[in-house]
Design a protein around this ligand. Structure first.
Ligand SMILES: C[S@@+](CC[C@H](N)C(=O)[O-])C[C@H]1O[C@@H](n2cnc3c(N)ncnc32)[C@H](O)[C@@H]1O
Length: 116
């Protein structure tokens, strides 16, 4: 196990190194299209061909802000659309997450495969 710390829009990762990209509640902080483009490019670069992508963001009815920051909200299709061609959507799931303070947050999980 190796921990890497960095800004996901600037991080350098080895090419075709990972079988699975799993992100919960990070992508929705990227409000600038250029940051999202860099993120998706990094996923495409770092995943092995045929690799799995599981990304969870706030859903359309989720909070508009988190940690005092504005966030994006996505449906499953919108989230898949951010990844674009080359990523095939396999499944999506909506979850109502209960926070420690008892609030409910709508999360959408989008599971895609990178083309082989
Ligand atoms: C709400 S927390 C989610 C933590 C965990 N993944 C979870 O599901 O509970 C959001 C995380 O996104 C990270 N984050 C936000 N923007 C980031 C960026 N540009 N690069 C790397 N991490 C980022 C924050 O540091 C924080 O740890």
């Amino acid at each position: 196990m190796q921990w890497l710390v960095g800004d996901i829009t600037r991080l350098e990762l080895p090419r075709h190194a990972y079988d699975l990209w799993h992100d919960r509640a990070v992508f929705h902080f990227l409000r600038e299209p250029e940051d999202r483009r860099r993120y998706v490019e990094l996923v495409r670069h770092a995943l092995k061909p045929g690799g799995h992508v599981l990304v969870a963001t706030f859903g359309p009815h989720g909070p508009e802000r988190c940690s005092d920051l504005d966030v994006m909200r996505y449906s499953g299709d919108e989230l898949h659309g951010e990844f674009g061609g080359g990523f095939t959507k396999v499944n999506e799931l909506t979850e109502l997450h209960a926070t420690p303070s008892g609030k409910q947050q709508e999360f959408v999980y989008c599971y895609c495969r990178l083309a082989g």
